[in-house]
Design a protein around this ligand. Structure first.
Ligand SMILES: Cc1cc2nc3c(=O)[nH]c(=O)nc-3n(C[C@H](O)[C@H](O)[C@H](O)COP(=O)(O)OP(=O)(O)OC[C@H]3O[C@@H](n4cnc5c(N)ncnc54)[C@H](O)[C@@H]3O)c2cc1C
Length: 392
């Protein structure tokens, strides 16, 4: 059998390793850094779990089924289906009226939300839920902003909800991201839930690693056959600040969006209100995610006092909060993905040697999502399996 090598211990490489392990195939997994998980990283500090960037697991992603089968997601817990809109120190809950009835109707009292916008949300929800995830990528090829305008959403609603909400997902404010990605994320939110695992986002890769044969795993070991400096694509960055607080600040399980045009903060969340293990007993973790800059022209980090003050302004109350840490993620999301659901066929011609086949599981995703990363790992294993009838 050909020797199988996987380079990259993010979720793509780990998925490939898990599938090969289950098939009892021989493989070796090499990760350049000294920890597993790639973009799924959590720092544990004084009982708090600090994710490197605000990140959730969309339960409806079809590719997650491999992890559902393993039971890795059984104890995931969901954010509420909606968000607080923060304006002038006041908060209004914009919740999915079908899932959060009657709370979801409260948003109609908000000056930026018209009945027609709520109706459009329901229409969009129904239209997308009737599609397969694959077909969401082959519909209109517009930017997200053009798509929202074409769907008839008012600019007040786009500014109050869609812009801050999808800025937090795309890590860009203009909503230039292809509408295919918007449809896929909106579809996933409508179909499933935005979830957290106990103890942070890195729990997922940690659970995979625990099921792999340790003799096949190599940290601080990189693929040198390719010039990684030339293969690293431009990325969007993100910055989060973490505070210890005594209460959930009234936000509960809903994220809170800065629905004002100004200010450096994009969103607030209290992950410990959703999932245990994000904060020690009797404490809560406040996550403050900032508006994005690009990795080349980062806005200067606000110091923790200024962030604390900005949070108080947004919430309209003084809060007792102790700063824990601030985390900058420079290579958060690649900017140059093709935005397709899945690569047609993995091209291994670059990766074959006389005695084996390798998978460069870093970058080059069909779209910047966990779904695409998992699919790429699965595609590699499928390709390996189909080759084993005709060894290289
Ligand atoms: C802040 C943030 C928020 C996000 N939010 C979401 C979200 O809500 N939903 C969603 O679906 N996705 C989200 N994503 C994207 C998602 O996390 C990524 O798409 C996914 O984790 C990518 O996995 P990967 O394995 O393809 O790549 P990576 O996680 O980048 O892993 C690649 C690994 O390869 C290693 N490597 C690189 N070069 C070499 C080499 N030469 N040899 C050996 N190893 C090498 C790297 O060190 C890295 O560990 C978010 C990402 C971030 C950072």
């Amino acid at each position: 059998m050909p020797k199988i090598q996987i380079f990259g211990g993010g979720i793509a490489g780990l998925t490939a390793a898990l599938l090969l392990e289950k098939q009892q195939q021989d493989y070796q997994l090499f990760e350049r850094q000294s920890h597993w998980g790639g973009k799924l990283q959590t720092t544990l500090r004084d009982g708090f779990a600090l994710d490197h960037g605000f990140q959730v697991i969309q339960s409806a992603y079809p590719a997650l089924s491999v992890f559902h089968r393993q039971g890795y997601l059984d104890d995931s817990r969901a954010f509420g289906a909606g968000a607080w809109l923060l304006v002038n120190g006041k908060k209004t809950l914009l919740a999915d009226p079908l899932r959060e009835f009657p709370r979801g109707l409260a948003a109609l009292g908000h000056p930026s939300i018209k009945l027609t916008d709520m109706w459009q949300v329901i229409q969009l929800r129904n239209a997308l839920l009737n599609q397969t995830p694959q077909s969401l990528f082959s519909m209109e090829k517009t930017t997200t902003m053009d798509y929202l305008q074409q769907r008839g959403f008012s600019s007040a609603f786009i500014e109050a909800f869609f812009r801050p909400f999808f800025t937090g997902i795309f890590l860009e404010e203009t909503l230039d991201t292809p509408s295919a990605m918007f449809r896929f994320v909106f579809w996933a939110l409508a179909k499933g839930k935005a979830c957290l695992l106990p103890g942070g986002i890195q729990t997922l890769p940690n659970r995979i690693v625990a099921d792999l044969n340790p003799t096949r795993l190599h940290l601080s070991a990189q693929q040198t056959a390719v010039d990684t400096n030339n293969t690293v694509s431009p990325h969007r960055s993100t910055q989060v600040h973490y505070f210890s607080v005594d209460t959930d600040l009234g936000l509960g399980k809903f994220i809170a969006l800065n629905a004002e045009k100004h200010g450096e903060i994009n969103l607030l969340a209290v992950p410990s209100a959703v999932q245990v293990g994000y904060a020690p007993k009797n404490k809560h973790l406040l996550c403050v995610s900032m508006k994005p800059g690009s990795s080349n022209s980062l806005k200067p980090a606000m110091d923790s006092k200024a962030v604390h003050h900005a949070v108080e302004q947004l919430l309209g109350v003084n809060i007792d909060a102790q700063w824990i840490d601030s985390i900058q993620v420079n290579e958060a999301l690649p900017t140059d993905a093709p935005y397709v659901y899945q690569t047609e066929k993995l091209d291994f011609s670059q990766n074959e040697t006389v005695d084996g086949v390798s998978f460069n599981a870093f970058g080059g995703l069909a779209n910047p999502s966990l779904n695409a990363a998992i699919l790429s790992g699965e595609q590699f294993v499928a390709a390996v399996n189909s080759r084993q009838t005709t060894p290289i």
